[in-house]
Design a protein around this ligand. Structure first.
Ligand SMILES: [Zn+2]
Length: 112
C-alpha cells in the first residue's frame, strides 16, 4: 500500500485515539488532574488531560508535563481541538488562559 497508505491508515480509522499509550500515562494523567480545574473555564468536574502537541504527532511528549493541560470535556473540544477532534490548537494554553481571565472578570462581576 506504500508509505502514503500506511500514513493514512495510521491517522485514520480505529487507530485514532487508541494509539499505544505509555504504561506511565495513567500515573501522569492522575498527577495533572490532581486538584486541577479546567484551564479555560475553571470547573473542577469532567476534566480531561489535553496534549498541546498532539500525541499522534509528538508521541515523545506524551508524558511531558509542559505539554499537558487540564481541560473539561467541553473546553477540551473547543479550545484544544477547535471544535473538531481532528484539529488541534497550537495556542491552546494562551487561548485557555485568555478565556479564563475573561470568565473571572465577567462572572466575578455578576456573582461576586
Ligand atoms: Zn472548561
Amino acid at each position: 500500500m506504500g508509505l502514503w497508505g500506511w500514513l493514512c491508515g495510521l491517522f485514520a480509522g480505529p487507530v485514532w485515539g487508541s494509539a499505544r499509550r505509555s504504561p506511565q500515562w495513567g500515573r501522569v494523567r492522575a498527577m495533572v488532574l490532581d486538584g486541577a480545574t479546567c484551564s479555560a473555564c475553571g470547573v473542577d468536574r469532567g476534566l480531561e488531560v489535553h496534549h498541546i502537541e498532539p500525541f499522534h504527532i509528538r508521541p515523545d511528549l506524551e508524558l511531558e508535563p509542559s505539554n499537558l493541560i487540564p481541560l473539561c470535556e467541553r473546553c477540551h473540544l473547543v479550545f484544544g481541538h477547535l471544535g473538531c477532534w481532528r484539529c488541534h490548537n497550537p495556542l491552546v494554553a494562551m487561548d485557555a488562559a485568555t478565556h479564563k481571565g475573561r470568565v473571572h472578570e465577567y462572572r466575578g462581576a455578576h456573582h461576586g
